[in-house]
Ligand binder design. Sequence first.
Ligand SMILES: *Cc1c(COP(=O)(O)O)cnc(C)c1O
Length: 393
Amino acid sequence: MNRYLPYGRQKVDIRDIYEVVKVLKSNYLTQGPVVTDFERAICKEVLSIHGIAVNSATSGLHIACKALGLEKGDYLWTTPITFVASANCGLYCGANIDFVDIDIKTGLMSIEKLEVKLKEAEKSGKLPKIVIPVHLCGTSCDMKKIKKLAQIYQFKIVEDASHAIGGKYNTKPVGSCEYSDACVFSFHPVKIITTGEGGIVTTNDDKLAANLRMLRSHGITKNREDFIEEDEGPWNYEQQYLGYNYRMTDIQAALGLSQLKKLKKIVDKRNNLLEIYKTILPKGNIDMIEIPYGVKSSVHLAIIKLKVENEKEHRNIFQKMLEKGIGVQLHYKPVHLQPFYKNRGFKRGDFENAEEYGRRAMSLPLFPELTMKDLLRVKGSLIESMEGIKSHI
Ligand SMILES: *Cc1c(COP(=O)(O)O)cnc(C)c1O
């Protein structure tokens, strides 16, 4: 029996383990000096001024929205082809959520649809306060164009770069925030590098960064210059508003720092594996999703689109792949079709491209330790699973 191939898998080596054990033997387990080192290392890597490490990207998205002033009555827009957290973060703040349909070729938020929707929203007085573009697969959205629209329609931009550490847009690393207010990375084990659970928010805005640091830790500051009241002494700290406990631990940061050293290697390897898939997979009845010119993807996922007639054929192929031990996944079922969002008024037909994508997309296994033999096995399994399916599109 062949081994099960998941769609993604972390790689933790002996050096990672050594670094984590070192922290376990040190004075700090929770947020301490290693978290600060990790934040600095990320800033250096992505060319941002600030980095605020948190216990997940979900937490990072939440406090980014909060720090940018998102509240009840406001609108937050994101794409339906994402993990639910990109939308949920707006609801945590009491805001309304809406979606912008995707570009069917790239799977990313469509700039044309965004522009049309903004024009309509301006007329009805429902312009978004925040737009969250999602760099699906680690492929950056067209940030320059989104920024231009942000200047016209006065919204803030939070990049959901959960997939995208190590990726580039034009010449700058994703996370540099050249065209956004803040950028959020995830270090969940299926992502590019991991801290177990964890994430980070990057920004170049000093005030926003200070705000994020407080929100991650109960709304408390220990920074004497920032005190509202007279300082009572060195033991003093102030809670100035309601925050959360979203801190990362030094244990996690040690793993992250060690993993970060391998980032370039991991991203190169992922790009190579995708190139091999592109060469060996049968072209007649599948398409690869496209990476736009000028973007270096971190290739978090290898997404193909099956040329199938309907959802049933799509599901059958999934079933057959899983039976062969190939852990294919759908990234993502359109968020507006989740029962929770349907209860909030969204329905089938709202975002056609996203729904077509949801009927055709399939993520193939992609992680650094895959061998040529594995890739050929995936290819063989795909051909067998698609037998009898004619190319319909
Ligand atoms: C994984 C993921 C998240 C959530 O990340 P966590 O660190 O697990 O909270 C958010 N958005 C996208 C697009 C993701 O893939």
